[in-house]
Ligand binder design. Structure first.
Ligand code: ARG
Ligand code: ZN
Length: 872
């Protein structure tokens, strides 16, 4: 059943032009297709034509105008095969589909009565018979017919070329997309939508109409997305020289969507959570997320659409590159150090966990059963880290020249990761052969570093040893080319020392290249004993171990010239203290707070960290999920207890400082999602969280006042979360109720209301999840609701991992139900259960039982693939 990369064959037939007519109906939409097909010059004359098609009712089929009968073709659940076809011909078909019962949200479906599509990766085959693969690229002409009253707006890719009224209250619009594209970029939207419109003039003077289509009640939530889009368009022109290429660019918001958004040519479709914002309904984090996703989808117009993937094994070609591009855009638009800290801290938590589990896979997998299971942190985020390493290895100028060459040479083509890296090698002359292993080898490389200062010779010897743990199907690993950016910070001067190696001066901040299993780097003329600052800015996606003392870390925390590593030193220092406390908790020994951590935090609070956003990050302890990743066996209760103990100890020791920070950063300026305001709010809210961890009287009063002030969603949600997560149910319950009533009409706010409740640490959460699943605002068919309630619950470690196994059973119940409704979401939801090897034996047993129970069901290929790997 799996498909293998090594089996790739170019298509025997190309579709050069595609014409589609949709006669929309909830239960019986008619799709007529007229395909201009040509045999590939290298294909043999008798090569059969094989088209993909699933969940379609075939009504008519004709070749060059002559109807085909059942004797002329072979049809099964997945393919339509015609044995004998000419070298060039027109194939016409008509099928019937039922959008209203399409709960998988792949192909054409209905969301809140509105029609929309999701075709990536293999959804187009649920719309019509077609060679559903990205290396078949055609121009499209699409006519959409709908009811003038219920579907006044009819959209598809490209430019509208005709429209008019039809009989029986029907009307139509015809769209033409002049850019050849694979069918996964096809899109259609129809419904009662309203638009916000703006204009953009490209660098060469092209006038582009920008339209954001939403339901009427959301018209006041579009401003930020539109502004983000315009910033992204300017940025891509200035940074990559990429210009938009149609007269119209549309974004549509839909409520039911499996992922964040989709880059369909000229008609991006967004999960409403990834595009709608208003200061009253969305948090700062949501504003930033929207900005990043709007940019991401827009950037795909070049990295993905103009140059696309040859096959789905190359998915990271477009996703890794585009994530890297959106990360840089957000860094340029907001606080660059904070963006890096947040991206890396998410990466080290979630991608490292994926790499350490049974679904670990390379950035370019060599086989899969279900491609939708491979829209992963590895393909996206690790892929972006690898592109970032390329940028750093080549330097921006060569990287940009490589990017220009890539877009120019492969415009309009479907290509591979080699094509991309090849351009980078060609323009720079760099040897990237060993570097390519990053794409084929799974798992997180670990570097064990040791350093020694030789006083007599004024030398520093740094030894780096790399190993990549075995992952499924890859027992042995070769050494990778790992760029390690570093400095040596003098313990006397507190400054970066000049680096000299083999007589060559390298500056004060240099990159050393680890290519062997083990290498020793000798720095000469090192005037004073240094503390090494390694892997600056997270220069490679690896785990780096160095036997730092707490004094070393406290020193780096204040003296490292690299902002990222200053933050990381704080995280490492906290981790050392947390490790002791986790051990104390397990051994039933009294917990004692490490005073060095308290003093380090005092220095931060009273010191000179000028960037408030960075300070907020530095004051934030590693999450339970991150701490868990560092443990050989995850003890959820010990981790929770240790982290709470550190939080409360810091809050007690530094109470007055936190109060002062809070008061210094309250503001009644009107809300704006500016970096300055966001920084202030996060710093203030971090301080409030510490105060609430000890239920400080004044902290409680501030928290209640912040909730009642109702100034913006960031502050309201934070205050409500702190109340609900405290033991003061007397304060929490009325607040929760008021919030729920006030926002009952707004699904995106209700998502937050669900999440706040099911992430509290008190041990009554499971019952609350069961209760909330019956709430009228919940629907198992809506992916956002499932994520907000069930997905969030599974992240609540102390509750999900209850020792009676009920948390696991609840998740399995939902997976089993969703397996029938929406396999893609079901397969994603299993993730926490697949990590069973990381827990104690009792929990391992309980988690495996639930996986076995799921496995006994009749399974979709999505869920089957994940469960199979998890139990292997
Ligand atoms: N290409 C889209 C993006 O990254 C995501 C595709 C969603 N695919 C899916 N199978 N749900 O922007
Ligand atoms: Zn993408």
């Amino acid at each position: 059943q799996p498909v293998y990369l090594s089996d790739y064959q170019p298509p025997n037939y190309q579709v050069t032009h595609t014409e589609l007519t949709f006669d929309l109906d909830p239960t019986a939409t008619r799709v007529k297709a007229r395909l201009m097909i040509e045999r590939h010059s290298e294909a043999s004359d008798d090569a059969p034509l094989v088209l993909n098609g699933e969940h379609l009712t075939l009504l008519k089929l004709a070749l060059d105008g002559s109807p085909l009968t059942e004797a002329d073709y072979r049809l099964n659940d997945e393919t339509l095969r015609i044995e004998d076809v000419p070298a060039a011909f027109i194939l016409e078909s008509e099928v019937e589909i039922a959008p209203s019962s399409n709960t998988a949200l792949e192909g054409l479906y209905q969301s809140n009565g509105m029609y929309c599509t999701q075709c990536e990766a293999e959804g187009f085959r649920r719309i019509t018979y077609y060679p559903d693969r990205p290396d078949v690229m055609a121009t499209f002409k699409v006519t959409v017919i709908g009811n003038a009253t219920s579907e006044p707006v009819l959209l598809a890719n490209g430019n509208p070329v005709a429209q008019g009224a039809l009989e029986n209250g029907r009307h139509f619009v015809t769209w033409e997309d002049p850019h050849p594209k694979p069918c996964y970029l096809f899109a259609l939207v129809a419904g009662d939508l309203h638009k916000v419109e703006d204009r953009f003039t490209t660098m060469s003077g092209r006038q582009v109409a920008l339209q954001l289509w939403v339901e009427q009640e959301n018209l006041d939530k579009t401003e930020h997305a539109m502004a983000s889009l315009k910033r992204a368009m300017v940025w891509d022109e200035q940074t990559y020289g990429r210009e938009y290429d149609l007269d119209l660019f549309m974004i549509v918001a839909v409520n039911d969507f499996n992922m964040g958004a989709m880059e369909n040519k000229g008609l991006n479709i967004f999960n409403s959570a990834a595009v709608l914002t208003h200061s009253n309904t969305a948090t700062d984090a949501a504003f930033q997320n929207v900005e990043g996703i709007v940019a991401h989808e827009y950037f795909h117009n070049w990295s993905g659409n103009r140059v696309t993937c040859r096959d789905w094994f190359q998915l990271s070609l477009k996703e890794g590159f585009t994530v890297f591009r959106d990360q840089c855009f957000s860094a340029d638009t907001n606080s660059a150090p904070v963006k890096r800290i947040q991206d890396v801290s998410f990466f080290r938590t979630a991608q490292f966990a994926e790499d350490a589990g049974p679904t670990a896979h390379p950035i370019r997998p060599d086989h899969f059963i279900e491609i939708t299971n491979f829209y992963t942190l590895t393909i996206y985020e690790k892929g972006a880290e690898v592109v970032r390493m390329l940028r750093n290895l080549l330097g921006w100028e060569d990287f940009r020249r490589g990017s220009d060459l890539y877009f120019e040479r492969f415009d309009g083509q479907a290509v591979t990761i080699e094509d991309f890296v090849g351009c980078m090698a060609e323009v720079s002359g760099a040897d990237l052969e060993q570097f390519m292993r990053w794409y084929s080898q799974a798992g997180t490389p670990e570097i064990d570093a040791r350093g020694e200062y030789d006083y007599a010779h004024a030398e520093y010897h740094l030894t780096l040893r790399q190993r990549t743990p075995a992952t499924p199907g890859q027992p042995d690993k070769l050494p990778l080319h790992i760029p390690v950016r570093m400095g040596l910070v003098g313990t006397k001067s507190g400054k970066d020392l000049p680096l000299t190696m083999n007589g060559e001066t390298l500056g004060k901040d240099a990159v050393i290249h680890l290519r062997e299993y083990e290498q020793t780097f000798i720095f000469t003329d090192v005037a004073e004993a240094p503390v090494p600052s390694l892997l600056r800015d997270f220069s490679a996606p690896v785990k780096l171990h160095f036997p730092y003392s707490r004094e070393d870390l406290a020193f780096l925390l204040t003296h490292d010239s690299d902002g990222f590593n200053r933050w990381d030193a704080g995280q490492r220092l906290a981790m050392l203290a947390l490790d002791d406390l986790i051990a104390a908790h397990r051994n039933g020994v009294e917990k004692v707070m490490d005073s060095r951590v308290v003093e380090a935090f005092r220095t931060l609070l009273t010191g000179q960290v000028s960037d408030k956003a960075v300070l907020a990050e530095m004051l934030t302890l590693p999450s339970e999920a991150y701490i868990a990743e560092q443990q050989p066996i995850i003890d959820v209760d010990a981790i929770h207890a240790a982290r709470e103990f550190v939080r409360q100890s810091l809050a007690m020791a530094l109470r007055d400082e936190f109060i002062a920070i809070y008061n210094d950063n309250v503001s009644d300026e009107p809300y704006a999602p500016t970096p300055e305001q966001i920084a202030q709010r996060s710093l203030k809210n971090v301080a409030l969280a510490y105060l609430m961890s000890i239920e400080d009287e004044q902290g409680l009063a501030l928290c209640e006042a912040q909730f009642a002030a109702d100034h913006n969603m960031t502050d309201v949600r934070h205050a409500l979360t702190l109340l609900v997560h405290s033991d003061r149910d007397d304060l929490a319950s009325p607040a929760l109720k008021a919030f729920g009533q006030k926002w009952a009409h707004d699904p995106l706010v209700m998502d937050q209301w669900f999440t706040i409740q099911v992430t509290r640490p008190q041990l009554d959460v499971l019952e609350r999840v069961e209760y909330l699943m019956q709430h009228p605002a919940f629907s198992i068919k809506n992916p956002n609701k499932v994520r907000a309630l069930v997905g969030a619950f599974a992240q609540n470690r102390v509750n999900f991992h209850r020792l009676d196994g009920k948390g696991y059973a609840l998740l399995a119940d939902v997976v089993i139900e969703l397996n029938r409704l929406n396999p893609e979401i079901a397969a994603r939801l299993i993730t926490p259960l697949t990590r069973w090897q990381r827990f104690d034996e009792e929990r391992q047993q309980l988690m495996r039982e639930q996986l076995e129970r799921i496995k006994r069901e009749p399974l979709s290929s999505n869920v089957f693939e994940v469960v199979e790997k998890a139990l292997a």
